[in-house]
Design a protein around this ligand. Structure first.
Ligand code: AMP
Length: 220
């Protein structure tokens, strides 16, 4: 089963995705995580993506589709996949359909996480990320056990450059302009779409999210 997670930056879809893929032994494909890994490793892609990411702009579709194609080639065709932060444009959605069709698969469901802008801004301002292993914490909602230190690997946590207030504003605008139209796109393309109110306790959101995905059959 292939599930696309849609929603603005800061809505918590990454946190929810990590938990569900753990439980379902599915693959988590987060283009944001893949790009940050490419930057850490100093690859050509990481270098090309850097400026776009730091400004809160989207990395060009061609680069993203190559990245996803390459990453999917390493995942067994029978594995359930949750896409997080991808696709972000209708061209990426069309590209994904093509890649999946070549493997005899399709997007089975779309889960849209929603929350008011004030919530997104608050969450992003409190977010702290591990530059080594990619774990994400929030100083208000889900802090690490020892302040400023990653529970998983002990590295010093950072406030991502693109979580700074001016960049957050731009990212929200980019989401509205370029990614929000995907909701209508998927409604037309008849993948099942479930809306989840994410401005609630993380456990309540998870219960709804889990039900939405496992209720589809195939993943549980
Ligand atoms: P994220 O962690 O998903 O919020 O992604 C962080 C940044 O990486 C975004 O603001 C974009 O600059 C870039 N990025 C991640 N995924 C994509 C994508 N599917 N298309 C274009 N840019 C992306």
């Amino acid at each position: 089963m292939v599930v696309v997670l849609l929603g603005p930056p800061g809505v918590g879809k990454g946190t929810q995705a990590v938990r569900l893929v753990d439980e379902l032994r599915a693959a988590h494909v987060s283009t944001g995580d893949l790009l940050r890994a490419a930057r850490r490793e100093g690859t050509e892609l990481g270098r090309l993506a850097q400026g776009f990411m730091d400004r809160g702009e989207l990395v060009p579709d061609g680069l993203i589709l190559d990245l996803v194609r390459e990453h999917l080639a390493g995942i067994d065709g029978g594995t359930d996949v949750l896409f997080d932060g991808f696709p972000r444009t209708t061209d990426q959605a069309d590209g994904l359909d093509e890649v999946l069709a070549a493997a005899g698969r399709k997007v089975d469901a779309v889960v849209l996480f929603e929350a008011p802008d004030e919530t997104l801004v608050r969450r992003l301002s409190g977010r702290r990320s591990c530059p080594e292993c990619g774990a994400v914490y929030n100083v208000f909602f889900g802090p690490s056990a020892a302040e400023g230190m990653c529970d998983r690997c002990g590295a010093t946590l950072v406030h991502r450059k693109d979580d700074a207030p001016e960049t957050v504003e731009r990212r929200l605008q980019v989401y509205l302009e370029q990614t929000a139209p995907l909701v209508a796109h998927y409604q037309v393309h008849s993948a099942e779409l479930t809306r989840i109110g994410a401005d609630r306790d993380v456990e309540e959101v998870y219960a709804d999210f889990r039900r939405a995905v496992t209720g589809l059959g195939g993943a549980a």
